[in-house]
Design a protein around this ligand. Structure first.
Ligand SMILES: [Zn+2]
Length: 265
């Protein structure tokens, strides 16, 4: 499945979440009294714990079959199938630790995650514009876009750009060069042109996350699976709200190591 659908359903929540990105620090989990206890059920292997609510987030650990989990809150993410059906609900079990609800059972209902509980884990600074109004795909005006660090010809929606710029600075610190970008926001007309030249390697015009100004195609090594640059991104981008969607991963339906999306933090 594509995260495009997933993110479309959760975007309203995420937009509220990221209003405080400029302040951006970790907020503790819900009080123990409000947390529900869930029991993990996995079929044979331990259940993977991820840094965010989706299969695009880095694996940060695992929990054994039958383990008892304290579920802090629930949020929407990648749709996953498990012993308890197919659902896009993910359980937050700690700071930067999430498991798919399709693998957990609980007698109590855990509360939905608040903005503070799912916000980005790093500060990303102030955006160049406060215009986060929704626009049709490929019809975002210049005033609602911000340029990217070291790539002045490329742009994204304000919060996505601010997060990207912070990510690029962190990437440069670790790798000695900023993130290299081949594609970012794409107008509708540009999407039509890209589809004509790239065929299946491009989304149907009007459907691309690029048309929302929330996706980038990267170069400089990130565009190849197995490189140190790609690994660095897998491990670090989620802290900035950037994910490599499941469909674009090596095992996904359309492997695109270069394609990354802003999840809203
Ligand atoms: Zn792309």
């Amino acid at each position: 499945m594509s995260l495009i659908t997933t993110f479309a359903t959760k975007r309203p929540v995420r937009l509220a979440v990221v209003t405080a990105l400029g302040v951006g620090v970790l907020v503790g989990g819900a009080a123990a009294a409000t947390a529900a206890v869930g029991h993990v059920r996995t079929q044979s292997t331990p259940l993977t714990v991820r840094s965010g609510p989706g299969t695009g987030f880095e694996a940060v650990g695992s929990v054994a079959k039958g383990a008892k989990l304290n579920i802090v809150c629930q949020t929407k993410g990648t749709r996953v199938s498990g012993p308890y059906g197919a659902t896009s609900v993910w359980n937050k079990i700690g700071e930067g630790r999430y498991v798919a609800d399709a693998f957990t059972s609980s007698n109590e209902k855990a509360p939905p995650c608040t903005a503070g509980q799912t916000r980005a884990v790093v500060s990303v600074g102030k955006a160049c514009s406060s215009n986060e109004r929704p626009y049709p795909n490929g019809r975002v005006p210049r005033s609602a876009l911000c340029s990217l660090r070291a790539e002045p010809g490329e742009s994204l929606r304000p919060r996505a750009a601010a997060s990207f710029n912070a990510l690029s600075a962190a990437f440069e610190k670790a790798n000695g060069r900023p993130l290299c970008v081949t594609d970012s926001y794409r107008s509708y007309d540009e999407q039509v042109a890209v589809k004509a030249s790239r065929g299946k390697w491009a989304a149907t015009p009007g459907r691309s996350e690029h048309g929302l100004g929330l996706a980038v195609d990267l170069c400089g090594g990130v565009d190849r699976f197995g490189t140190s640059a790609h690994h660095w991104m897998r491990a670090n981008a989620p802290r900035f709200g950037w994910v490599h969607p499941g469909w674009a991963q090596a095992t996904g339906s359309l492997p695109e190591p270069w394609h990354w999306e802003f999840s809203g933090g």
